[in-house]
Design a protein around this ligand. Structure first.
Ligand code: F6P
Length: 326
């Protein structure tokens, strides 16, 4: 069957994540195998405006499976959020005869892509790339499992020193609006408490629990705090808990370490499958779609069904954490 598109462009947008590179690799290889012309756009949606396109050969994909970050670079573009910015971007896309984009990013990037389509008629396939695992329409986002492994390794190390010194630690994970990383890490590491944006945080109760725990000669106590918790960040929460409990804690903010590193096998496979399917779907003539994985199957959803929707938190998993981390 003839391809519905002949020229496509790919870009990575928003916060980077481990897995973007194998996703680029899969898209390039599939495009070459299908006989498409493929462009890479540097630095995300901003690169569309600044005309930073490069025609890619199959060799561009070499060595990308295990590489962290994104070789195409990424950005959060304020200019793209304006109709004027999008008009400039569309001009650059059209001048090259590019018919569709593959956007690897998060909700903000897809909002931008959707506006570009409505105003300028340029369509795209969106792939879920964020460590936060907070995207509607997919069980997993690319990058989440690698970031989780990084957190688990770090918390295990913190536990060693916490045990030796009989200390209280607050370990802060990323997740401005999502506790997915924090809860999963808490279950995996056997943390003693976890604080996330999705649930109410009761600091006096936590302080009481810590006091009792150390009174029973508990050897260590680890609280995992998602950065977006309503009670504050790890630094402010440590201070409040110290005032309430009299127990001094130490704080470990993991920060951007969580976004780097070689993607784990799960993320490499997810990125490869979704990158391939995105290009195939464009060849089949699908427009403005989001690709995810649900119940172990690749799913393709109209982008308007995804944008702005909140992924329901895995309640049953939260219950596991409630029992095990108390
Ligand atoms: O990519 C999403 C995310 O990792 C959030 O969890 C975090 O709050 C944010 O990015 C940090 O972004 P920046 O790199 O702009 O500081």
């Amino acid at each position: 069957m003839e391809n519905a598109v002949k020229k496509i462009a790919i870009l990575t947008s928003g916060g980077d994540c481990p897995g973007m590179n194998p996703c680029i690799r899969a898209a390039v290889r599939t495009a070459v195998a299908r006989g498409l012309e493929i462009y890479g756009v540097y630095d995300g949606l901003q690169g569309l405006i600044d005309d930073r396109f490069e025609k890619l050969k199959g060799t561009f994909a070499s060595g990308l499976s295990s590489l962290g970050g994104t070789v195409l670079g990424t950005a959060r573009s304020a200019e793209f959020m304006t109709p004027e910015g999008r008009a400039k971007a569309a001009e650059n896309v059209r001048r090259r005869g590019v018919e569709a984009l593959v956007i690897m990013g998060g909700d903000g990037s897809f909002r931008g892509g959707s506006a570009l389509c409505q105003e300028q008629g340029i369509h795209f396939a969106g792939l879920p790339c964020t460590i936060d695992n907070d995207m509607y329409g997919t069980d997993y986002t690319i990058g989440f499992n690698t970031a989780l492994d990084t957190i688990v390794e770090a918390v295990d190390k913190v536990r060693d020193t916490a045990r030796s010194h009989h200390r209280l630690f607050f370990v802060e994970t990323m997740g401005r609006y999502s506790g997915a990383l924090a809860v999963s890490a808490a279950v995996a590491t056997g943390a003693d408490a976890v604080l996330i944006p999705e649930t109410k945080t009761d600091l006096p109760a936590l302080a009481e629990k810590i006091k009792k725990s150390f009174a029973r000669a508990h050897k260590s106590f680890i609280v995992i705090v998602a950065e977006g918790d309503e009670a504050g960040n790890a630094i402010t929460i440590e201070k409040k808990v110290r005032e309430l409990s009299g127990v001094e804690g130490r704080v470990c903010v993991l920060g951007h370490v969580q976004r780097g590193g070689s993607p784990c096998a799960f993320d490499r496979i997810l990125a490869s499958v979704l990158g391939l399917r995105a290009v195939e779907a464009l060849c089949e003539g699908k427009k403005n779609i989001f690709l995810g994985v649900q119940d172990e199957k690749v799913t393709i959803t109209p982008i308007e069904e995804i944008i702005g929707k909140k992924k329901p938190f895995r309640k049953n998993f939260l219950e596991v954490a409630d029992v095990l981390c108390t």
